[in-house]
Design a protein around this ligand. Structure first.
Ligand SMILES: [Zn+2]
Length: 254
């Protein structure tokens, strides 16, 4: 099934901010003199098209900085191209010591805060926040229903993820740009927190009623109807979330 969200399109959530939205998202921000890019895709073959779109929308401004929300292969493919074309600085948890309260890599007219927000998806997660524009880039911390941690869950990890989401929601961004798929807003962050909390409670209750892991997986926990239209949620993410939570609860870790 091809989802409309999987076809590349350039969106403009605020003046001077563009997101090439596809399965993997890449964004660029006009800082006045030059440009800051957030994330750099999986396929280097998209390079010429991305450079052309940046040049066209910004009037040919130079890319000064590329921020990677983490360094997984699907966020860094064009880093080399931006260095080669513009001498851009690559900023991520490996290349820069990012202070806990963030680093403003924007300009006088447009602050762009890069802040470490580690350990929801990888130890290197960081967010990019444009407070004046109400735009927040969260990388793979938000995955349209996916539990961002792809290794075994436990109580400390679940609490850490929820506490991080609380901090993100407190920024009250009008536009939230995930690493993959459609753009959303703070409402979706809050909805996922409730989903995750309720899923844990539902699996605990089903276990207390004697349900086996297979029974929990196959029937007892339906996806919430209001999230049915979330990107790829019904295809596999809800099932994956039920599996992760029930594994943790059966292990006694959650
Ligand atoms: Zn990713």
């Amino acid at each position: 099934m091809t989802d409309a969200a999987d076809t590349p399109k350039v969106l403009q959530p605020a003046p001077g901010i563009w997101v090439r939205q596809e399965i993997d998202n890449l964004a660029w921000i006009d800082l006045g003199e030059d440009v800051l890019v957030v994330d750099a895709l999986e396929q280097a073959t998209c390079g010429p098209e991305v450079l052309a779109a940046i040049a066209e929308t910004t009037g040919g401004k130079r890319v000064r900085t590329v921020v990677n929300t983490h360094t997984h292969y699907d966020h860094v493919a064009l880093n080399g191209l931006f260095v080669e074309q513009f001498g851009a600085e690559i900023v991520n948890a490996r290349t820069r010591d990012l202070p806990a309260d963030g680093l403003d890599l924007g300009s006088a007219s447009r602050p762009v805060w890069v802040r470490p927000m580690p350990d929801c998806h990888t130890p290197e997660d960081c967010i990019v926040h444009l407070p004046d524009d109400g735009v927040l880039f969260v990388g793979d911390i938000f995955g349209w229903g996916l539990i961002p941690w792809d290794r075994p869950l436990d109580r400390a990890k679940a609490n850490h993820i929820l506490a991080t989401y609380e901090q993100l929601a407190a920024l009250k961004a009008a536009t939230v740009v995930p690493g993959h798929g459609p753009l959303c807003g703070t409402a979706e962050l809050l909805r996922w927190m409730r989903y995750f909390t309720e899923l844990i409670a539902a699996v605990r209750a089903a276990r207390a009623d004697g349900a086996t892991r297979r029974e929990i997986r196959d029937e007892s926990i339906a996806p919430p109807p209001d999230m049915a239209s979330w990107w790829r949620f019904l295809q596999w993410k809800h099932e994956d979330s039920v599996k992760k939570v029930s594994q943790a609860i059966v292990r006694g870790a959650l």
